[in-house]
Write a protein that binds this ligand. Structure first.
Ligand SMILES: Cc1ncc(COP(=O)(O)O)c(C=O)c1O
Length: 385
């Protein structure tokens, strides 16, 4: 059957279309005034000093780590329950990703399992605010302080997230956000790295565009032609004004989008609460959730179907679903290169076999949400032992 209720659909209005058109007509397509405007609005929204627009969240994580110049072979701690991007940036720095198992219920990195992984070569922790729920930042920051580690937050899911009243983006050394097509706001492809560290922000700006700086003219003391100077070997990961044009208007809708997702999450919670074969993820108190994805875990021992069979049945009913994630230690790359075993990360291994993500986005209607709930309930009934 054709999927007629897709896993995600972006909400783009006339404002985005007109802004992109304006940019196209302006003749200035690359990083320029629209990117600056988006960066300013974004740092206002997060409540941080610096926001640097990039072509992905991955780039933000990469620049943040590379900026530190850690020695090759040193170690960075992160969760196994994440997208490859989080740990790829560690590998690309020729450092070693040290994976930590997750906490049952939230699927967030388990802070009680971090310290046992720390060695004299550990340099940083990359917490991932999985699904939009913040990690236990008090515990993580306390460990980081004790062992003098950097905290580089992966906020790809966590644009609106707050932890004990603090907005994600103000608790670590840097935080990176994603504007990939299915994220809470999108620029098609795009990302933002934020920090409150002035010197680091300056460095990240230079790193995002070939390591070149336009400050040279200041030193020559003239206001005429602006020479650029290369300061280091940099990347090419700046955001274009075309993408920023979309972002400017998406950001204005962030609260209204969140409200709709909150409403749909409440509908899912209510609609699935009395199904014992379904585990709804836990939410801690004193947090504000970004509700990026709605993940449920199947209690497989009560069902005659496995997770993949359930995914097929959902898609067979015309509803798009996904899996976030099959943990990194179960991926062929980690098995081949780090000899990882399922039993090394028992909680993440267990959830990797049981989780699926239901559609959750503002463009859905209440009728769509009800259809997903009815379909899940009908399939559970069909496959009940
Ligand atoms: C947890 C996590 N980290 C990082 C990324 C990378 O984001 P981007 O595609 O913007 O580089 C993603 C993307 O989906 C993600 O889910």
């Amino acid at each position: 059957m054709k999927i007629d209720l897709p896993f995600h659909k972006s909400w783009l209005g006339k404002e985005e279309h007109l802004e992109v058109e304006d940019t196209l007509n302006s003749g200035w397509l690359t990083t320029g005034p629209k990117t600056k405007k988006f960066e300013e609005a974004f740092s206002d929204y997060i409540g941080c000093k610096h926001a640097i627009a990039l072509n992905s969240c991955t780039a933000g994580l990469h620049l943040a780590l590379e900026a530190q110049g850690f020695p090759e072979g040193d170690e960075v701690i992160t969760t196994s329950m994440t997208f490859p991007a989080t740990a790829n940036v560690i590998l690309l720095q020729k450092m070693k990703p040290v994976l930590v198992d997750i906490e049952p219920g939230t699927l967030l990195i388990d802070p009680n399992k971090i310290e046992e992984k720390i060695t004299p070569r550990t340099r940083a922790i990359i917490p991932v605010h999985y699904s939009g729920h913040p990690c236990d930042m008090d515990a993580i920051n306390a460990i980081a302080k004790k062992y003098n580690l950097l905290v580089i937050e992966d906020g790809a899911h966590a644009l609106e997230t707050k932890y004990k009243g603090n907005k994600v983006g103000n608790m670590g050394n840097t935080t990176s956000f994603s504007f990939y097509a299915n994220k809470n706001i999108t620029t098609g492809e795009g990302g933002m790295v934020v920090t409150n560290d002035d010197e680091l922000a300056e460095k990240l700006l230079v790193m995002r565009l070939q390591g070149i700086s336009r400050d040279a003219w200041k030193r020559y003391g003239k206001a005429g032609y602006t020479h650029w100077e290369q300061k280091m070997a940099g990347h090419k990961c700046n955001m274009s004004d075309i993408n920023a044009s979309i972002g400017i208007h998406q950001l204005k809708k962030v609260d209204s989008f969140l409200k709709l997702r909150q409403k749909y999450v409440a509908m899912y919670d209510r609609g699935l609460a009395d199904v014992p074969e379904i585990e709804i993820l836990t939410r801690h108190e004193d947090i504000e959730h970004a509700y990026h994805i709605y993940v449920v875990a199947l209690n497989l021992e009560q069902l005659t179907v496995d997770r993949d069979g359930f995914l097929d049945a959902m898609q067979g009913s015309g509803i798009g679903v996904a899996v976030h994630y099959i943990a990194l230690h179960l991926q062929p790359f980690y098995i081949e290169n780090f000899n990882t075993k399922p039993q090394d990360y028992p909680i993440a291994s267990n959830y990797s076999e049981r989780i699926l993500t239901l559609p959750l986005y503002p463009k859905m209607s209440e009728a769509d949400v009800n259809r997903v709930i009815d379909t899940v309930r009908a399939l559970i009934k069909k496959f009940r032992r």
